[in-house]
Design a protein around this ligand. Structure first.
Ligand code: CP3
Length: 346
């Protein structure tokens, strides 16, 4: 049975434009909070394939999206490379020993050995392949090397990225060494997700906007493209989605390149601009401003506007970044229904 989401990634005709939401499995769902409480905490949830599979499926049943995204976190990768990770209440992720020196980097596990430690992720995928309806796609994912490196260097989320940027301008060779190590793990990690059964993969470069445009290719995009091209060569039937957040000027100047299928448009990039610059080469995903979900009217207006621009082809509906924890579930359901309604073909 063909999957509407996979078909749309390859620009095939579909009965309507499929829709999913970044961070669709999460705290806005009371059912998620219940499973997280059973697991004890967020990391335990990621480590338990039975629970992780359960929360992966929740948004399909509750919200009606057309694809499931594997429940995990981008930070399990540096965690399994040997960096101790905690999620602190109200503060988010924290690594106890961020990378400062060559010795710190050398101490980390690399390549296939690190990817082999993520067994709980592959186990979750195998469970999901059994449980997901045949017509729904499963999206695997990774953080982009740059976005992962920001946490590995800063030790936590940051507003200024000063440690990463100090390295970028005063010791770029070392930053490239870190990015190389992460890229090599991520290639194996994505490959193993595909072997375990994901139908599509997405690379999240959530902190792309921290890099000045003239340096973006050097420190992030080229590594993402390397991963995509490696996977495309081996698995041409698996669509690849690139999501770099906050790089409208890079798009505008025609600097996006590479062998992948879908470009995820963030909410700060006008869809019309993305279509003009990228729409011929890539299917576009996105891009409603997630805070529109607080208002059903604002949601409907935006869904209609996006539909008018995209015209129901070469498009996948999504938010322009992740859904926030205090969005009413009924508004998320409304968004999904509206996307399916406005794009339905007669
Ligand atoms: O539904 C899905 O999208 C699948 C699951 C998923 C999570 N994180 C679960 C999660 C995915 C795809 C991610 C990716 C992720 N993780 C990114 C890239 C995407 C983005 O939003 O830009 C980033 C930057 C992270 C790192 C991360 N994880 C942070 C900064 C935080 C704390 C902030 C927050 O939202 O609480 C997390 C925790 C996290 N990852 C939660 C979830 C559901 C919340 C944990 C909880 O309290 O239950």
């Amino acid at each position: 049975m063909s999957k509407i989401f996979v078909d749309a990634c390859f620009r095939k005709e579909t009965p309507y434009t499929p829709v999913w939401m970044m961070r669709q499995a999460g705290r806005y769902l009371p059912e998620y909070m219940e499973v997280r409480a059973k697991a004890g905490n967020f990391l335990n949830l990621c480590h338990n394939p039975e629970f992780a599979a359960e929360v992966t499926i929740q948004p399909l049943d509750i919200v009606g999206v057309d694809a499931a995204i594997l429940f995990s976190d981008i930070l399990v990768v540096p965690n399994e490379m040997g960096m101790k990770l905690d999620f602190l209440k109200g503060e988010g992720p924290v690594f106890d020993k961020p990378i400062k020196t060559e010795e710190d980097l050398d101490a980390l596990i690399g390549g296939e050995e690190a990817a082999n430690k993520l067994t709980y992720v592959y186990e979750t995928i195998k469970i999901l392949k059994q449980r997901l309806p045949q017509d729904k796609a499963l999206i695997g994912f990774t953080g982009a090397p740059w976005t992962l490196a920001t946490y590995m260097i800063e030790g936590q989320g940051t507003k200024t990225y000063n440690l990463c940027k100090k390295m970028m301008y005063s010791n770029p060779e070392f930053l490239h060494k870190i990015l190389r190590r992460v890229t090599d793990v991520v290639k194996f990690y994505m490959e193993k997700q595909i072997e375990a059964g994901v139908d599509v993969v997405q690379i999240f470069d959530s902190w792309a906007a921290a890099i000045e445009p003239s340096k973006y290719d050097e420190f992030s995009w080229k590594y993402m493209v390397e991963i995509a091209e490696y996977l495309k060569e081996k698995y041409p039937h698996i669509p690849i989605i690139m999501f770099p957040k906050g790089i409208a000027s890079f798009i505008e100047r025609g600097l996006v390149y590479g062998n992948f299928d879908v470009f995820g448009v963030d909410w700060g990039t006008p869809m019309a601009l993305a279509k003009e610059k990228l729409g011929e080469k890539y299917v576009l995903q996105g891009n409603m401003e997630p805070c529109r979900l607080y208002s059903k009217e604002a949601t409907t207006m935006c869904v209609e506007a996006i539909q008018n621009i995209m015209g129901g082809s070469g498009h996948i509906f999504n938010l322009g970044h992740g859904i926030l924890p205090d969005v009413p579930v009924e508004n998320a359901i409304h968004f999904v229904k509206e996307c399916q309604r406005v794009s339905k073909k007669a």
